[in-house]
Design a binder for this molecule. Structure first.
Ligand code: MG
Length: 211
């Protein structure tokens, strides 16, 4: 018996990849750097965010690390964060909600399910992202794992997320685009999980398939 659903946010409800790709070119233009560096920046983002998820660096530390590795290791922490804020501003201007996101949340709530958003991103940015996408809806609980001190795919992230919704892990469905973070980790913690791959290679290709 399902009582709740936990959605991932980036590349599940909101199109993070589009915002990153477009925002990165704008930021590079502002800095006088060549555009088209998405592959390199994406690899650094993945590397440093994975280090954060493994507990090797802080959330702030991964921002500093990826900015330094992209722009120059001689940067001070303060300068790296200041420059990174320029990327975030450009990223933010390109946020887009997936057209199937709000309908899926609405149907979950109409079916009597509690709804949470379990994300490894920081609250300030993720809350703003939800507002930008029209997803800051009554009854939808934003759960940034940064505040739980245990990012996905650590088992405690899902358990604490379910506890915040007041439901058992076995009665909760996790939906997201990351196999380790939204599917394997969730199942290991006792949740049900569905792998969203918009190219059709996962459990579902669209949030329209839910509920
Ligand atoms: Mg994601």
């Amino acid at each position: 018996m399902l009582r709740a659903v936990l959605f991932d946010l980036d590349d599940t409800l909101m199109d993070h990849t589009h915002a990153m790709h477009t925002g990165l070119d704008k930021w590079c233009e502002e800095l006088g750097l060549p555009t088209g560096q998405q592959e390199r920046f994406g690899a650094l983002e993945k590397k440093w965010f994975a280090a954060y998820e493994k507990g090797e660096v802080t959330h702030r530390g991964q921002r500093i690390g990826r900015c330094r590795e992209f722009l120059g290791n001689e940067l001070s922490e303060e300068d790296a964060l200041k420059l990174y804020a320029g990327y975030l501003a450009a990223y933010r201007r390109n946020w887009q909600v997936f057209p199937d996101a709000k309908g899926a949340i609405d149907r979950a709530q109409a079916a009597g399910l509690k709804v949470g958003i379990l994300t490894n991103g920081a609250r300030e940015m993720q809350a703003a992202k939800l507002r930008a996408g029209g997803l800051d809806l009554p009854g939808v609980l934003l759960i940034p794992t940064v505040e739980l001190s245990c990012p996905k795919p650590q088992r405690e992230a899902y358990m604490k997320g379910c506890a915040q919704l007041g439901v058992a892990t076995s009665q909760t469905l996790m939906v997201g685009d990351s196999l380790p973070n939204d599917v394997e980790g969730a199942k290991a913690a006792g949740l049900q999980a569905l792998y969203l791959r918009r190219d059709g290679s996962g459990d579902i290709a669209s949030l329209d398939e839910l509920f």
